[in-house]
Ligand binder design. Structure first.
Ligand SMILES: Cc1cc2nc3c(=O)[nH]c(=O)nc-3n(C[C@H](O)[C@H](O)[C@H](O)COP(=O)(O)OP(=O)(O)OC[C@H]3O[C@@H](n4cnc5c(N)ncnc54)[C@H](O)[C@@H]3O)c2cc1C
Length: 478
C-alpha cells in the first residue's frame, strides 16, 4: 500500500457516477472503498427489515462494479475509520454528507477525531438538490411551509453541476477484507417474505438508471394526473434508489426536465421536479427540527387522546380492515416493499383518524416494511397525514377510503392485491360490505369468512375522530 492511498467511505451514495466524494478521492490517487453497517449510532432507527434486503442487494451490485474490492464492515465508524486509516496508512478520507440527526452528529465527532490525528477529511453533497442551510427564509430561519420553500429554491436556482460528473476510473485497492464479508452482515431477512421485492425492483446503480429511463418512457407524459391513480404506471418508483443514493436526484431532475422540454410535456416534468423538492423540504425539516421523529411538530397535539388497540393495529398492518383500498395498500407494502403515494395517504389517514392509533405506530411499521424507508420523508409525511406536522393536512380532512377508491379507479389495484375480491365488479369492489348478497355470492365473497367485515364504521369513526380533535382543542384553549 502506498502512502498516498485515500479512503472512500460509501454511505447513502451507493453509485460511481455523479459521486463528488468519489471523484475527489479519485483525483487524489488509489482508493480503499469501504462500507460500514452502523447499527450502533442509528439506534433507535436501525435499518428496517425491508431496507436491509435492499442494502444487501445494492452493496452486492456496488461490489461487482468495484471488481470485488468493496470492504464491508459492521460496527461504529467512529472507531473503525481511524483504525483503518492507521492500518492502511491512509492520509485522506472522503465521504458524501448525510443529514439524519444521528448521522450528522456521528460524522462531526468522527471528523474532529480524524483532524486531531492529522488526517484530511473532505465531505461533499451528493444527495440533496439544496442542502438545508442553503434554502432559508430571508430572516435566516427555516421554512415550515412547502410552497414558499419551493419558490425560494427555484428562485435561487438548483446547482446541478456540483454533483453531475462522469464515472471516474480510479485504482481500487485490493485487501484481504473485501466484500466476501457481505453475507456476514446478515442483512437478508431471516423470515421468507421478501420474494416479491425483486419482481418489482432491481437495486443498484444500473437498476436505478433503467428505472429512470422506463419512467421517462412510460410514466412522465401523464405524471400530473396519473400519479394519483394507483393502478396506473405513472409514478417513477425511484424512491428506494434515491434513498440509497444509487442515482443522484440531480441526474433525475436534469434528465426529467430535459425530457419534458424535448417531448413538449414541460408541465408534467415540472410537476415531477416539484415532488422531488418535497423530499428536500422533509430533509430541511428534519435538519432543523431533529426531534420530529419522536415529537409532534405541532406540540398542541401532545395530548391527543390516541386509543391504543393492538388488535386494530394488527388488522391494519395485515390488510384485514374490510376496506379494500386500505387492505390493498397494506398488502402491496408487505408483498412488494413499496406503496403508492396516494394509498400511503389513505392508509395513514385511516390508521390515525378512523382507528385513532398514534401516527408513530404507522411510521414504525412503514419503517420496517418500506424499501424506501427514509427518516426525513417518512417522519414528515406521517406528521403531515396526522395533521400535527409542518404544512400538514388539516386534522378534519379525513380521507374516505371508499370514495377515494372510486374516484381514483382503484379496482384493478384491489384485484391485484386482494385476490379474494377479484371477481367483484367495478361497482361493488370498493365497498363489498354494501354489495347485495347475490352479487357477493356470485363473486365468491363471504364477508367475515374469506374477507373481513369493516373493522369500524366510517361515519361513526369519523365522528369519533372529530370529537377527539375537539377535546384536544378545548384542552389547549383552557
Ligand atoms: C405516510 C407516508 C409515508 C411515507 N414514507 C416515505 C418514506 O419512508 N420514504 C420516501 O421516500 N417517501 C415516503 N413518502 C412519500 C411518498 O409517498 C414517496 O416518496 C413516493 O410514494 C415514492 O414513490 P415514487 O418514487 O414512485 O414517487 P414519484 O411520484 O415518482 O416521485 C419521485 C420522487 O419524489 C419524491 N417524492 C414524491 N412524493 C413525495 C412526498 N410526498 N414527500 C417527499 N418526497 C416525495 C421521492 O423521492 C420520490 O421518489 C411517504 C408518504 C406518506 C404519505
Amino acid at each position: 500500500m502506498t502512502a498516498q492511498a485515500s479512503l472512500m467511505w460509501f454511505r447513502q451514495d451507493l453509485r460511481l457516477r455523479d459521486n463528488p466524494a468519489l471523484t475527489a478521492a479519485a483525483n487524489s490517487g488509489p482508493i480503499l472503498p469501504v462500507y460500514i453497517l452502523d447499527d450502533t449510532n442509528s439506534a433507535p432507527w436501525q435499518l428496517g427489515a425491508a431496507s436491509r434486503w435492499w442494502l444487501h442487494q445494492s452493496l452486492k451490485a456496488l461490489n461487482a462494479q468495484l471488481s470485488d474490492r468493496l470492504m464491508v464492515l459492521r460496527g461504529d465508524p467512529r472507531q473503525l475509520i481511524p483504525a483503518l486509516a492507521a492500518e492502511y496508512n491512509i492520509e485522506k478520507i472522503f465521504w458524501n454528507r448525510c443529514y439524519e440527526p444521528w448521522r450528522s452528529q456521528r460524522d462531526s465527532e468522527l471528523k474532529q477525531t480524524l483532524k486531531d490525528a492529522g488526517l484530511s477529511v473532505s465531505s461533499s453533497n451528493a444527495s440533496l438538490l439544496i442542502e438545508p442551510w442553503l434554502n432559508l427564509k430571508d430572516d435566516g430561519t427555516p421554512y415550515k411551509v412547502f410552497t414558499p420553500f419551493y419558490k425560494k429554491a427555484l428562485s435561487k436556482g438548483i446547482n446541478l453541476d456540483s454533483v453531475l460528473s462522469a464515472e471516474p476510473n480510479p485504482e481500487f485497492i485490493q485487501t484481504e477484507l473485501a466484500a466476501n464479508r457481505l453475507d456476514a452482515l446478515e442483512l437478508m431477512p431471516a423470515v421468507e417474505w421478501h420474494s416479491g421485492f425483486a419482481e418489482v425492483f432491481t437495486p443498484g446503480e444500473a437498476g436505478a438508471e433503467q428505472q429512470l429511463a422506463r419512467f421517462l418512457e412510460h410514466g412522465m407524459s401523464n405524471y400530473q394526473q396519473g400519479r394519483d391513480f394507483p393502478a396506473l404506471e405513472s409514478v417513477s418508483r425511484l424512491s428506494p434508489h434515491i434513498h440509497f443514493g444509487e442515482i443522484a436526484p440531480h441526474r433525475i431532475y436534469k434528465d426529467s426536465l430535459e425530457f419534458g422540454r424535448l417531448k413538449g410535456v414541460e408541465s408534467e416534468s415540472e410537476h415531477f421536479g416539484r415532488e422531488l423538492v418535497w423530499r428536500e423540504f422533509s430533509y430541511s425539516l428534519l435538519h432543523y427540527f431533529p426531534s420530529l421523529t419522536e415529537n409532534n411538530m405541532n406540540r398542541n397535539f401532545d395530548h391527543f387522546p390516541w386509543q391504543k388497540d393492538e388488535s386494530l393495529l394488527r388488522c391494519w398492518q395485515t390488510g384485514q380492515t374490510g376496506y379494500p383500498l386500505v387492505d390493498a395498500g397494506m398488502r402491496e407494502l408487505w408483498q412488494t416493499g413499496y406503496m403508492h403515494n396516494r394509498v400511503r395517504m389513505i392508509v395513514g389517514s385511516f390508521l390515525v383518524k378512523n382507528l385513532l392509533q398514534d401516527w408513530r405506530e404507522g411510521a414504525r411499521w412503514f419503517w420496517d416494511c418500506l424499501l424506501d424507508a427514509d427518516l426525513a420523508n417518512n417522519t414528515a409525511s406521517w406528521q403531515w397525514v396526522a395533521g400535527c406536522g409542518a404544512d400538514a393536512a388539516p386534522y378534519f380532512r379525513i380521507f374516505n377510503p371508499i370514495s377515494q377508491s372510486e374516484k381514483f379507479k382503484a379496482a384493478p389495484y384491489i384485484r391485484r392485491f386482494v385476490p379474494e375480491l377479484a371477481q367483484l365488479d367495478d361497482k361493488h369492489i370498493h365497498e363489498p360490505s354494501a354489495a347485495p348478497a347475490l352479487i357477493l355470492a356470485a363473486a365468491g365473497v363471504k364477508l367475515g369468512e374469506n374477507y373481513p367485515k369493516p373493522v369500524v364504521g366510517l361515519k361513526a369513526s369519523r365522528e369519533k375522530a372529530l370529537e377527539a380533535y375537539q377535546q384536544l382543542k378545548a384542552r389547549n384553549q383552557a
